[in-house]
Design a protein around this ligand. Structure first.
Ligand SMILES: [Zn+2]
Length: 170
């Protein structure tokens, strides 16, 4: 029976927010906590309350424009969670861990970029060498052609006029 009444209250939206429930007070229409601490996640407010205190959180939210309050609550919840897990460093521990990861990854990225550049340079050099080889080959073929032509025309000259040809060589 009690459960049924409770369920009916939840359904009508009249159940107090997690904050008011924990603080055992009446959740008013314009409760500052209600939009950010729904009754289905009581742990969220319990953590923030334990670390910062409900009145401090309330003051903080009142000083902020409404559109910033959601983000503020998210960061308070994050800070409270990390402080529970790491009582010494809290979220600073998480931040410096991530900063270390970022700088390690940046170093790896720089190394990979340097390797890539050296591979590209080697490839470029190999292309140049093979370009040079084909130039030499083309020149050799041209030279062969030229010598053949020269031999052929010399032979023609000798056949046509042996005497004149002889004078060409002296
Ligand atoms: Zn409330």
């Amino acid at each position: 029976m009690v459960g049924l009444i409770k369920a009916a209250k939840m359904g009508s939206g009249s159940s107090p927010c997690a904050s008011c429930k924990l603080l055992r007070r009446r959740c008013v229409m314009d409760c500052i906590f209600a939009p950010y601490f729904p009754p289905d996640d009581p742990q969220r407010f319990a953590l923030v309350h334990k670390l910062f205190g409900a009145s401090n959180v309330s003051k903080l939210l009142q000083e902020l424009p409404v559109n910033k309050r959601g983000d503020a609550v998210s960061s308070l919840v994050f800070e409270a969670n990390t402080r529970i897990r790491d009582p010494v460093y809290g979220c600073v521990g998480a931040i410096s861990l991530l900063q270390n990861q970022v700088s390690r990854l940046q170093m790896q990225l720089e190394q990979a970029q340097a390797e890539l550049m050296s591979i590209q340079m080697q490839q470029h050099l190999q292309n140049e060498i093979s370009d040079d080889k084909s130039l030499v080959l083309a020149a050799t073929i041209n030279l062969h052609q030229y010598l053949n032509d020269f031999a052929a025309s010399t032979a023609n000259l000798i056949i046509q006029d042996p005497l004149k040809t002889e004078s060409l060589w002296t």
